[in-house]
Ligand binder design. Sequence first.
Ligand code: NDP
Length: 483
Amino acid sequence: MPTDKYIKNYIDGTLVPPGSGKYLDNYNPSTGKVYSYIPDSAADDVQKAYEAAERAFPEWSKSGLRKRFRILQRLADIIEQNLEEFARAESIDSGKPISMSRSVDIPRSHQNFRFFATAILHFSSESHHMEGRAINFTLRQPIGVVGCISPWNLPLYLFSWKIAPALATGNCVVAKPSEMTPMTAHLLAKACIEAGLPPGVLNIVHGLGPKAGQAIIDHPKIKAISFTGGTSTGKQIAQKAAPMFKKLSLELGGKNPNIIFADCDFDQMMVGTLRSSFSNNGQICLCGSRIYVERPIYEKFKEELVKRTQFLKVGDPFSSVTDLGALVSKSHMEKVMSYLALAEVEGGSILCGGEPVPMKGEFEEGYFLRPAVVEGLAYDCRTNQEEIFGPVVTIAPFDTEEEVLKYANSVQYGLSATVWTQDISKANRVAEKLEAGVVWINCWLLRDLRTPFGGMKSSGVGREGGLEALRFFTEPKNVCIKY
Ligand code: NDP
């Protein structure tokens, strides 16, 4: 499954160029060079995708669970069999280490299809008995044509996380991956053709968010939108979609606290904290970017974190020794660096990192940045309140549970939080009071796909994962039978 220079839209079961014939540059972030071209799709392409989906819906929605199960499993098999090609494409497109694409992004993508292919076989709905009079049962039916829009940080992982439950429940989909990382969605389109997915069931339209993405949101007949991305984009989408009464699932930004108590297992915590700080260059919505450490171990922690951060190897995503690859784009790297400058203006000290990595040869113009640790900032300054989404963490000491909860909950976001302690009562007390959709105790990013996933406050609306996703993509109808 070789990658192509010209990516195509996938509409009505075939790979097609955009109606305008125009393409956008696709950059390799490790070299800073254009390496392929993306369809610059517009509303007419979305309309064609919608029409194909609408035609496919009556048959797909009635095709039966076992047929949908078999096709989605076949799709998962094809991704798994071509793991290396998918992983290479993901790393070239996003700059992330190939080790991560091989062990996280692509395995999770085929697991998403398997998980929802099998979940649908076990999905059931409720019934409510009115003694001696009637039975109500909830008929759950597919919604129709739905829209799925995903970001660049975990490209195929998040794209498939939305598409799989939508298709499993019998919907037809018009989907748009991020314009910055379109290649694995293009490979997925080829895999769908090979798997025998009927034409029109899934349609992938590439292009810019405010153009192709906006056309999906604006389309009057696309009835539900599952979106993952930034909070400000989510707000715009909600403003547009709410008056059209579209069903919305919004998975948005985060500014997650990592709370470390003095009684934690120090070694285990250090390993977990290095991962939660810098995995994927900090470009995971669940990374713990604000680290609060109980004062008795603050100095020891600081010394150890700085030492371990300085050891991280930044460079060629295809080298087996690389820990951090390139950031996704030049503008994103500039944004991250602007936050480091802001941190200094706000009184912070950069203990390590924060400077571009001088590279040679083909990587000379790549977007490589040394991971940074910052201390000395107030909990309510902009650096500690706004999402940076890069390899930057701030650290600060605390003295009491009450104080750290105030810091942790002070942001507009409420996506995830991590707590390190050996005291089970304290862990539960703190978990209860944290304003976050996901709380990890003595671990990070340990995911069970059956659990509800999503954020509170400005981190989103609704939940994905397991039954939540199956419920989102179905319309519940109460049927009351009198006897
Ligand atoms: P964006 O909000 O910029 O983009 C997300 C997707 O929406 C992209 O496909 C984008 O297209 C598209 N888009 C942009 N504008 C519009 C619009 N007006 N209408 C419809 N679609 C649009 O986010 P990023 O791609 O920069 O992703 C990073 C953000 O995602 C971070 O804030 C991160 O926290 C969040 N995120 C949240 C997760 C969660 O589960 N809560 C998980 C992962 C990331 P294009 O790229 O072409 O502009």
